[in-house]
Design a protein around this ligand. Structure first.
Ligand code: SF4
Ligand code: SF4
Ligand code: FES
Length: 255
């Protein structure tokens, strides 16, 4: 008989969540998404009942879009890169527990609404205004050393793992979480983006900005892209202080 494993899934809609188990054949290189697809083909639970297929979100299937993020055995990560066999080997348990993120509004089953992350990027002016109506020539040079740091920061996929793990992101606070802070660092490092840094840094002085971080450092441990979030928070903390001084003493866009 084929070896099997169990997906124990916290599913349902807001106010009506329940656990449901599915037993699946253990096939080489299966991951959480391919296993959910197997359930979709034949949505019969461990009790033998035909149920509604489990719903989840996915996009790129290569850990770039962040849409498949969920709690896998309680850890925030992407379902598309969560291979079944290594998880079973690591835990010594053939039951894998899936649950939706808890820091975002639940839609259904494993889908949450992460729009707040995009709203926070908007609040922080997380883009660079440019005038493309004329050819402004090649952009300013950026040194390879700076490029290296910027590249690491640019890999953020707005997956929400950092917010999920952050004790300061909760229903009692408006803290935007570390991802927008790190993105502001990225945009402020850019020679053109730097010209709009005042707008971004002033936004981070508002409620929900940098002051919400309690420095628990969970975020940096869970970020699947290895983004140095605590370095970004420290950098942005210093930059916000400098901006506050510029606001008081004038010359807001000077070094
Ligand atoms: S900083 Fe890391 S954990 Fe947070 S949203 Fe970006 S990629 Fe995800
Ligand atoms: S350092 Fe701690 S409090 Fe600050 S964003 Fe990261 S997890 Fe949240
Ligand atoms: S589907 Fe895009 S990160 Fe998993």
């Amino acid at each position: 008989m084929a070896e099997t494993f169990i997906l124990k899934i916290y599913r349902g809609t807001p106010g009506n969540q329940y656990w449901e188990e599915f037993e699946l054949d253990l096939v080489p290189f299966a991951n959480v998404i391919s296993s959910l697809m197997e359930i979709e083909k034949n949505p019969v639970n461990r009790k033998g009942e035909k149920v509604d297929p489990v719903v989840w979100e996915q996009g790129c299937l290569e850990e770039v879009c962040g849409s498949c993020s969920m709690l896998i055995n309680g850890y925030p990560r992407q379902a598309c890169t969560a291979l079944i066999e290594p998880i079973i080997k690591e835990t010594g348990n053939n039951t894998i527990v899936l649950a939706p993120f808890t820091k975002f509004p639940l839609v259904r089953d494993l889908i949450v609404d992460r729009s707040i992350m995009f709203d926070n990027l908007k609040k922080a002016h997380a883009w660079i205004d440019t005038d493309l109506t004329f050819d402004s020539g090649p952009g300013p040079r950026i040194s390879p050393k700076v490029q290296q740091v910027m590249y690491a920061l640019s890999t953020c996929m707005t997956c929400g793992c950092c917010s999920e793990s952050c004790p300061n992101v909760n229903s009692k606070t408006k803290f935007m979480g570390p991802a927008p802070l790190s993105t502001v660092r990225l945009l402020n490092m850019h020679p053109i983006g730097m010209t709009q840094r005042g707008e971004r840094l002033n936004a981070l002085m508002e409620e929900g900005g940098i002051a919400g971080c309690g420095n628990a450092q969970n975020c940096v441990k869970v970020c699947p892209k290895g983004i140095p979030l605590t370095d970004s928070i420290a950098e942005i903390g210093r930059a916000v202080t400098m901006q506050a001084l510029r606001n008081i003493f004038g010359r807001p866009e000077d070094e």
